[in-house]
Design a protein around this ligand. Sequence first.
Ligand code: GAL
Length: 439
Amino acid sequence: MSGRTQTRRLRRASRNPVLRAALFGATVVLLLALPASGFAKTDARSSAKKGQLEVFSWWTGGGEAHGLAALIKIWNKQHPATPFKNETVAGGAGSNAKAVLAQRLAAHKPPDSFQGHAGAELLDYIKAGQVENIDFIYRKYGFNKIMPAQLIKQITYKGHLYSVPVNIHRANILWYNPSVLKKAGISGAPKTWDEFIADLKKAKSADVIPLALGQAWTQKHLFETVMIATLGPSGWAKLWKKGGNWSSANVTTALNRFKDLLTYTNSDAASLTWQDASKLVADGKAAFNIMGDWADGYFRIDLKKKPNAGYGWAAVPGTSGVYDWLSDSFTLAKGAPHRAAAIQWLGFLGSKKAQDTFNPLKGSIPARKDANPKLYDTYLKWALKQWKADKLAGSLTHGVVASNAWNTDIDSALELFVQSKNVSRLQSSLVSAAKKRAG
Ligand code: GAL
């Protein structure tokens, strides 16, 4: 019915006393049912409820959430009809989130867009048909020209692109407390493995925890950096290809180093989050911690520590000139309930504005090559330079080199090892995992 016909009928009805009474009654009922704010607002509210953007990640609190919160603020201002629904599951490195996501995907209840690391982890979702090809987004915004080729390679499968990276993180950082080092008679960050062990001994004698450690995934993170320090980036890369030699003497050396390091850690590691372990360093209760550079965001923003005064950093001993990298990227889930909003979100996430807003807070460098370095604090300015100069090694714990299944096998082997400290048993479990999963 056209608007004019409708008006004419209403006018006619208003002249008929019976209809007039009925119309009046209906209007009263309608007005009573409405909130005081009136028609216009109610319309806007109900359409806003219909539209939203569900984004799934593990970025909750403690150094993780500031960057995302800043993006949400911009998003909500620019997209009032599709407000951001922040679907986060707490637990560093996605230790809980990935399992929840797997259940949702299996039940065909995907969010619109979910966090997935560039590399083997993303490949799992691609092969399972859980994410859409987003070539059209890359064509529209030209992201592939503005992001590094090595990164683009890790989100491409059979010539198609599947996610938008928001950042590049570095895993092999040795964080330390400068005043604790001074008190323990340690002159700056150690560079070689021998220096590192000597410094850990000094810290032990000074009655502080030499190396702060957290729950299981942080132990794998530590293991990964020791492996890279011992095998070098090319030896490390070979392990993830078919026929990689996991039974080599170099791997044994790395595993013994890992075993040795565990003797310098806190006994309550299993019950600590990565933030708890970082805080031990910030509070002067521990000398060192090996963690990714999300710790920079935590030290600087949450704990209000000054770079090079409240906390210091260096490459993990033996890995200077190597960037153990990973990238947080977001996907377009197959069957996304709000697909159009998800497409806009991915376009936004790849923009210079989004990346230069998110990364200075998150403690990561942007995936785009055209970031404005002035916006980045002391550690990140250093990281921006290192990224350009360093050799690359892909992270295990954060999804670059091994699938989720291979990671799970390694998790089980490490869990047993942390109890038994049996190097040869660990090595043979790693050999079997590689045989089963590589290729
Ligand atoms: C990584 C993730 C980072 C950071 C970290 C700790 O896997 O890529 O962005 O959140 O876990 O949770």
